[in-house]
Design a protein around this ligand. Structure first.
Ligand code: DOR
Ligand code: ZN
Length: 354
């Protein structure tokens, strides 16, 4: 399929960092312009660790939504070693918390309050299994003796495989899968296991970290990997397999926080995320599978209704700005100053009705 214009069911972003304050005010409209819902990551400071905190964060998001926008934030809790079964039960009863996020302590941005040993979180995981609350995993070990490019594969072997043995009914998402190992594992896993795939891991291999010099805006966790892994991700995303779905991991940081001697991890893809996913599928001749990956598989995995509205994508070149202003400092988006080959039409037909 090689159309110049495609219409999709309004998509969802199953892994998104919206932040707070001035960055929220910029990042939220960039996603809400075309996504119907997003799983909102809880790695604020302090983390969103309770249902009460998730509720007030959700209120701040709703207050920052542009007038007329039709967007539903799906909130998550940050798993700590103190997360109680009672908090999980409350999350399951609430109509706003949809998952719990596991960060290995020290693995990435604002992961200091994360888990040092998954066994310390077993009471919470038991409750999640019982109440049907999905566990979203940042799948990297933090063991300094493991090469940083191997940390996902080692995580799967050391932690994910045993976890699935111990919690066979727990729904688990391997977030931002980055390797062939991860893709193969998810394909072979039971239907309780899914994976999100970011657009930057589909577009870039690790050469992009060093292209003509050090490229801090391509630095994220887990790292982008070598080409064979990128190809495995593209095959998985475009295969139509129902347990792979879109999660941008769009993670804005101010320019100065990335262009630094110790720069932050995160790629800000929201301003062209849907358009760039379309590029990937277009290159593979798989535009006919884009809708399922963007709009169906994630909703089905979470047991939520699919969106009802439509988004129109057109093949049309435009140039991503070099930077995007916030009330504080600018953010450099993915593809800054470069061409994007698809455009979302301004009007979104028949907005989400469910
Ligand atoms: O690159 C990343 N940035 N990976 C994460 O896991 C966190 C995220 C962030 O919050 O900036
Ligand atoms: Zn993330």
């Amino acid at each position: 399929m090689n159309a110049n214009r495609i219409t999709l069911t309004r998509p969802d972003d199953w892994h998104l960092h919206l932040r707070d304050g001035a960055i929220l005010a910029t990042a939220l409209p960039a996603t809400a312009r075309c996504f119907g819902r997003a799983i909102v990551m809880p790695n604020l400071q302090p983390p969103v660790a309770t249902v009460a905190q998730a509720r007030t964060y959700r209120d701040r998001i709703m207050a920052a939504l542009p007038a007329g926008a039709d967007f539903e934030p799906l909130m998550t809790l940050y798993l700590t070693e103190a997360t109680s079964p009672a908090e999980i039960a409350e999350a399951a009863r609430s109509d706003l918390v949809h998952a719990v996020k596991y960060y290995p302590a020290g693995a990435t941005t604002h992961s200091e309050s994360g888990v040092t040993d998954l066994r310390n979180a077993y009471p919470a995981l038991e409750a999640m299994q019982e109440h049907g609350v999905p566990l979203l995993m940042h799948g990297e070990v933090t063991d300094p003796s493991v090469d940083v490019f191997d940390r996902e594969a080692v995580f799967i072997e050391r932690h994910l495989a045993p976890l699935l043995q111990d919690f066979p009914a727990l729904r688990v998402v391997l977030e931002h899968v980055t390797t062939r190992d991860g893709v193969d594992f998810v394909r072979a896993a039971p239907p309780t296991v899914g994976a999100t795939i970011t657009v930057h891991h589909l577009l870039l291999n690790r050469n992009a970290l060093f292209d003509g010099g050090l490229r801090p805006h391509h630095y994220c966790r887990p790292l982008i990997k070598r080409e064979t892994h990128r190809q495995a991700l593209v095959e998985a995303a475009t295969s139509g397999h129902p347990r792979f779905f879109a999660g941008t991991d769009s993670a804005p940081h101010h320019r100065h926080a990335k262009e630094s001697a110790c720069g932050c991890a995160g790629v800000y893809s929201a301003p062209a995320a849907l358009e760039l996913y379309a590029e990937v599928f277009d290159r593979m001749g798989a535009l006919d599978r884009l809708e399922a990956f963007m709009s169906f598989h994630g909703a089905d995995f979470y047991g939520l209704p699919r969106n009802r509205g439509r988004v129109v994508l057109e093949r049309a070149d435009w140039t991503m700005p070099e930077e995007i202003a916030t009330a504080e400092a600018p953010i450099v988006p993915l593809r800054a100053g470069e061409k994007v080959a698809w455009r979302v039409r301004a009007e979104v037909e028949d907005r989400r009705a469910s």
